[in-house]
Ligand binder design. Structure first.
Ligand code: HXC
Ligand code: NAP
Length: 291
């Protein structure tokens, strides 16, 4: 079944992994699975109370070790503090998941310059800050490591009404591919996941407020006619952060049930044609042969 764990039980044994934005949503789901696979986990975000509650839940559910550290990823000094606290507690760090994000829907011309910057600062600069601090540490320590960036499918297509997020995620994808090459020689891999719709409270409150969730039903946009299950994303994330994906570097893996391709293919709208009409349409297209 698609919501079952995938990797073997000790797949992340002995690894320490930091997940930004790890107190809620997809970050929480990934972190919980990493713990089940034997990892030590550090979760960070701005709201310490949320982090501490999640850390307690995770430890109870998995029996693993979880450290909660408050950190606004926009502030480099706070990111360095996460690194220091991680080393202090676990002795080393092996993986970083840049998952923290901010987003909301708006026509771009309604945004203040500060609103635009806020999203760029959280998503792009936040991912840069974490990657830079951890990367410097790994290179100095001569330690191999794995970076996983959570982007979106509109990092490559762009998207109206979430333009700051699209710009920022596009930048994170460029960083993923750039550092895969530059830091490959240090044994530091960089990969990304581009999720389609996974209904988390954080995303849905900001992208589909009020009755938009019914009006703009994501399930209808997805060829598989469903949204994602958190465990499906956690399975992919665990694989990419683990040594099992040791030869994958600079890759972005889309997990969206085919959603973005459905929007892209020119004739995909023919999905709306009922089956019984295809006999007539075939006759018409065959008849066009002689014209
Ligand atoms: C227009 C807005 C706004 C809105 C805030 N602003 N919300 N402008 N429409 N809905 C403006 C503010 O007026 C302010 O500008 C500036 O943005 C910063 O706002 P603050 O509230 O001071 O910022 P902050 O407290 O840092 O909060 C950041 C946030 C917030 C992004 C605005 O929503 C947040 O904390 N989000 C974190 C969680 C989140 O977004 N999760 C969703 C990730 S989902 P002025 O000019 O007034 O100072 C995701 C999914 C992708 O990425 C694809 C899914 C399919
Ligand atoms: P979420 O629960 O809102 O997660 C966002 C997390 O980021 C929160 O835990 C938040 O915690 C943290 N955060 C926000 N600003 C921060 C800052 N300045 N510093 C540190 N942490 C900060 O939403 P989600 O759906 O799980 O999203 C997780 C990731 O998946 C994001 O990168 C998102 O873009 C991506 N994604 C989600 C979907 C989807 O359908 N859900 C689709 C595509 C991509 P605090 O508020 O405590 O700081």
């Amino acid at each position: 079944m698609y919501n079952q764990p995938m990797l073997r039980d000790d797949a992340l044994k002995g690894k320490t992994i930091v997940v930004t934005g790890g107190g809620t949503g997809l970050g929480k789901a990934m972190g919980t699975y990493f713990l089940k696979l034997g990892a030590n986990l550090v979760i960070t975000s701005r709201k310490l109370e949320v982090l501490q509650k999640t850390a307690t839940e995770m430890a109870t559910e998995t029996g693993g070790q979880v450290l909660a550290v408050q950190c606004d990823v926009r502030d480099y000094a706070q990111v360095e503090n996460v690194l220091a606290k991680t080393i202090e507690k676990f002795g080393k760090v092996d993986g970083l998941v840049n998952n923290a994000a901010g987003n909301f829907i708006s026509p771009t011309e309604r945004l203040s310059a500060n609103a635009f910057s806020s999203i760029i600062d959280i998503v792009l600069k936040g991912s840069v800050n974490c990657t830079l601090a951890f990367g410097k540490h790994w290179i100095a320590a001569k330690q191999p490591a794995s970076i996983l960036n959570i982007v979106t499918t509109y990092a490559f297509t762009g998207s109206a009404y979430v333009v700051p997020s699209a710009c920022a995620k596009g930048g994170v994808l460029a960083m993923t591919r750039s550092l895969a090459v530059e830091w490959g020689k240090y044994g530091i891999r960089s990969n990304a996941i581009a999720p389609g719709p996974f209904p988390t409270k954080g995303a849905w409150d900001r992208l589909l407020p009020g009755n938009l969730a019914e009006k703009f039903d994501f399930k209808k946009r997805v060829p598989l006619k469903r949204v994602g299950e958190n465990q499906e994303l956690a399975n992919l994330a665990a694989f990419l952060i683990s040594d099992f994906s040791g030869y994958i570097n600079g890759e972005v893996i889309t997990i969206d049930g085919g959603e973005w391709l459905q929007g892209a293919g020119q004739m995909n709208g023919l999905e709306a044609i009922p089956n019984e009409m295809w006999d007539m349409l075939e006759q018409m297209t065959r008849a066009a042969k002689g014209s």
